[in-house]
Design a protein. Structure first.
Length: 284
């Protein structure tokens, strides 16, 4: 069972990384500029949906039963906070409604995270409500209901709304520690890819979810380079390999090319190993 002490030590590790990264700032690598594979749909289906459901389940009834459960809520809150940043990057933000909803998501996830550190169930539920409102505010404007396509002749009359203002990236501090990103994205997404490649490879429908897992690993290769998370060249090169391997995998999955997918997966797991060898302390 994951203990609260475990969570705290992860948080301390994060603090240490943050401080190390700050020291190394002048030599540390910049943000990755290569294309990102994860669509908004992938981020929603792969991170938002499951994280929100897990939070709701954990806050039900009498609330989290133990420290481990509070720690899980904190990890989900941290990942959704990261998402509130990611949704403002890569030209994903089209307008002010989007920007405001993403800001509300960052704020409410911060409140939830704070509530977990105090194990304050009422505050946690308040924050959860505010999170739900932020999802709803963006969806009302930007998530199309599954509806039939409009008749062709109306198409030309509806130019896309111009962005209200150039979408600035959110500058405030992020909650997600490396451990949260690993436990919430890298670990589960990589495992799902490994399972999908077993034996004869993915089924017809299986290939779709494989694209999602690979796209999320590509996104992880970007966020691990942001927010001063990168301390050195080993880290940077591993992130590049992770992004490239995951992108290759996602591309191969589109044409259901098992051989190429396997080769992409090899690069991905090579990247995990290279970074862990230098930066992941053995379990004590
Ligand atoms: C800033 C905008 C924004 C915010 C905030 C947002 N979403 Fe979304 N969400 C979208 C858009 C856009 C889509 C439609 C994506 C598509 O189908 O291309 C979507 C789709 C979804 C889907 C369907 C995914 C699929 O596979 O079709 C789920 C589930 C979802 N969102 C969950 C959430 C939850 C839970 C939250 C709050 C924690 C949230 N979203 C917050 C923009 C947002
Ligand atoms: C750029 C560096 C880097 C890359 C790339 C990387 N990791 Fe990690 N990973 C770390 C660090 C650092 C830790 C230790 C985090 C801690 O305990 O604070 C870690 C820890 C983990 C953990 C343990 C999480 C926990 O709950 O304690 C898992 C699982 C994991 N990584 C999976 C993966 C997988 C799978 C990949 C490849 C898809 C990967 N990582 C790629 C740096 C990286």
């Amino acid at each position: 069972m994951k203990t609260w002490a475990g969570k705290n030590s992860g948080y301390r590790t994060h603090m240490t990384w943050t401080m190390l990264a700050a020291v190394a700032l002048t030599t540390s690598a910049g943000v990755a500029e290569d294309a990102r594979v994860a669509s908004v749909k992938v981020i929603m289906g792969g991170i938002h949906g499951p994280a929100m459901k897990a939070i709701s389940d954990l806050l039900k009834d009498t609330g989290p039963g133990d420290d481990g459960a509070w720690g899980q809520i904190a990890t989900h809150a941290a990942l959704l906070n990261e998402s509130g940043h990611v949704l403002m990057q890569n030209n994903r933000c089209p307008d002010k409604v989007w920007a405001d909803a993403a800001a509300a998501l960052r704020k409410s996830t911060t409140d939830l995270y704070t509530a977990t550190t105090k194990k304050d169930l009422n505050a946690a539920r308040e924050a959860q409500k505010a999170m739900g409102a932020s999802c709803g505010a963006c969806h009302a404007q930007h998530k199309k209901a599954a509806a039939p396509a409009p008749p062709a002749e109306t198409k030309a009359e509806a130019p896309p709304a111009a962005p209200a203002a150039p979408a600035a990236e959110a500058k405030e501090a992020r909650l997600a520690g490396i451990k949260d990103i690993m436990a919430g994205i890298n670990g589960p997404q990589c495992k799902a890819l490994g399972n999908a490649l077993k034996d004869a490879g993915p089924t017809e429908e299986g290939w779709d979810s494989v694209v999602m897992h690979a796209a999320l690993l590509n996104e992880a290769g970007h966020i691990l380079m942001q927010d001063k998370r990168c301390p050195d060249k080993v880290w940077k090169d591993a992130c590049t390999a992770l992004r490239e391997g995951a992108a290759k995998f996602a591309e191969a999955a589109k044409t259901k090319n098992l051989e190429e997918a396997r080769s992409g997966f090899q690069s991905v797991t090579g990247a995990c190993g290279a970074c862990h060898k230098a930066h992941k302390k053995p379990a004590t």
